[in-house]
Design a protein around this ligand. Structure first.
Ligand code: MEV
Length: 413
């Protein structure tokens, strides 16, 4: 949704606008203003040894048009400039926006059986119908939603601790992230497999390298909009990431800034998303998750492909009051759609970072918010005084509290 100047509004004005648009209810607003409303009793049931609840800012990135549909993208993050950068990257490709697609939500569970020889593979082959029917039975509850067991494969791994039989089960988890479903199926089926091959079952868990569950997004940044020199700068940055693993780590970190923030906002397991992203990036030698090139017209074509094991139901989504609100703001109809939004956000985020890095640098954007924070700490009140003092600190490139207090006194005198 293109809401120009959203960042210039106060928090109350932003909430009122979303209420007017029919996106937020009075109840949602109460929860958001009550710093998330995660009650201590609920928190105490979520993890162990609870002492309290911690909070992070919840914002929305604007300007995201994906497959011709407009989105407001909720982001939860402590780092300044991430929301602004995502919105900026997305704005520069309007009105076209991104095109995106995603695989079916297939997760893979791994089963490890030790104390067996390579011949155990024959036993698995002989029993494949039985194994499939067991897996189908154990994953039955997913069938109600159109998911369920899809297939399995086996292989033998030779390691310094001896041979291991590895079975991998593919399960369509529909709109769930799927960890609970997959891990439960693995634990249920393991004893039968172990008995079949007369081995010992060890590990029974999903892989976070959700290779069958990738999302892809692409977009074209026109040279008339971002400028030919900016395109050259972005391509130089991208080329460095392709050729230098130290840069590539930071390049991918910038991409994940946006993706993780959406994962956090929507109550998804961002560590799983991170693990999937970086292991995927390493498959052929650690590489950028995004790709940029100049197309025939001299515009910048960008794309991203990334495994995204995210859900719109289950897990922490039901426990965290703000996750439901985030999904409502997003208006996605499936986990697949959520992954397409996240891939697009990652691409926009990376584009903006590279654009800033190859031109004015990223500190300017960061420092604006930093300076505003110092201005508030120095005692500035009201948007105008805060902004004037922040501008003075930026002009002087002095970001310390004492100088801020001095300047504030001068301003007031
Ligand atoms: C900072 O959180 C992210 C960047 O370092 C990403 C990048 O260097 O591409 C700005």
């Amino acid at each position: 949704m293109e809401i120009s100047g959203f960042y210039k509004l106060s928090v109350d004005e932003r909430l009122a606008l979303l209420k007017k648009e029919g996106i937020l209810s009075e109840g949602d607003i109460k929860i958001l203003l009550d710093t998330g409303s995660l009650k201590i009793d609920r928190a105490d049931l979520m993890i162990e040894n609870v002492l309290g609840v911690s909070h992070l800012p919840f914002g929305i990135a604007t300007n995201f048009r994906i497959n011709k549909k407009d989105y407001l993208v909720p982001m939860v993050i402590e780092e300044p400039s991430v929301v602004a950068a995502a919105s900026h990257g997305a704005k520069l490709i309007l009105p076209e926006g991104f095109s995106a697609e995603a695989d079916e939500p297939i997760m893979t569970g791994q089963l490890q059986i030790v104390g067996v020889s390579e011949e155990s593979l024959n036993k698995i082959e002989e029993n494949k119908e039985l194994i499939s029917s067991l897996a189908k039975e154990y994953a039955k509850q997913m069938e109600e939603y159109g998911g369920g067991f899809r297939s399995f494969s086996s292989r033998f791994l030779k390691t310094k601790r001896g041979g291991m039989l590895i079975l991998e089960f593919e399960i369509d988890v529909r709109d769930a992230m799927g960890a609970n479903t997959v891990n439960t199926v693995m634990e249920l089926i393991a004893p039968s497999i172990a008995e079949m091959v007369e081995g010992k079952s060890r590990l029974r868990i999903l892989t976070n390298l959700a290779i069958k569950r990738k999302a892809r997004a692409k977009a074209v940044w026109k040279k008339e909009v971002i400028g030919e020199e900016t395109i050259e700068g972005i391509l130089d940055c991208y080329e460095m990431a392709r050729n230098d693993v130290f840069r590539c780590a930071t390049h991918n970190k910038g991409t994940m800034n946006g993706i993780d923030a959406v994962a956090l906002a929507t109550g998804n397991d961002w560590r799983a998303v991170e693990a999937g992203a970086h292991s995927f990036a390493s498959l052929e030698g650690y590489s950028p998750l995004t790709h940029f090139e100049k197309n025939k017209s001299g515009d910048l074509a960008g794309r991203i492909e990334i495994p995204l094991a995210v859900g719109t139901i289950g897990g922490a989504i039901n426990s965290l009051p703000t996750s439901g609100i985030a999904l409502k703001i997003l208006g996605v109809n499936s986990a697949k759609e959520l992954s397409m939004v996240m891939a697009s956000v990652g691409l926009a985020q990376n584009l903006s970072a590279l654009k800033a890095l190859s031109t004015e640098g990223i500190q300017k954007g960061h420092m604006k918010l930093h300076a505003r924070n110092i201005a508030i700490l120095a005692g500035a009140g009201g948007p105008q005084e805060i902004d004037t003092l922040a501008d003075k600190l930026i002009e002087e490139k002095k970001f310390n509290l004492n100088r801020a207090k001095e300047l504030l006194q001068e301003m007031r005198a």
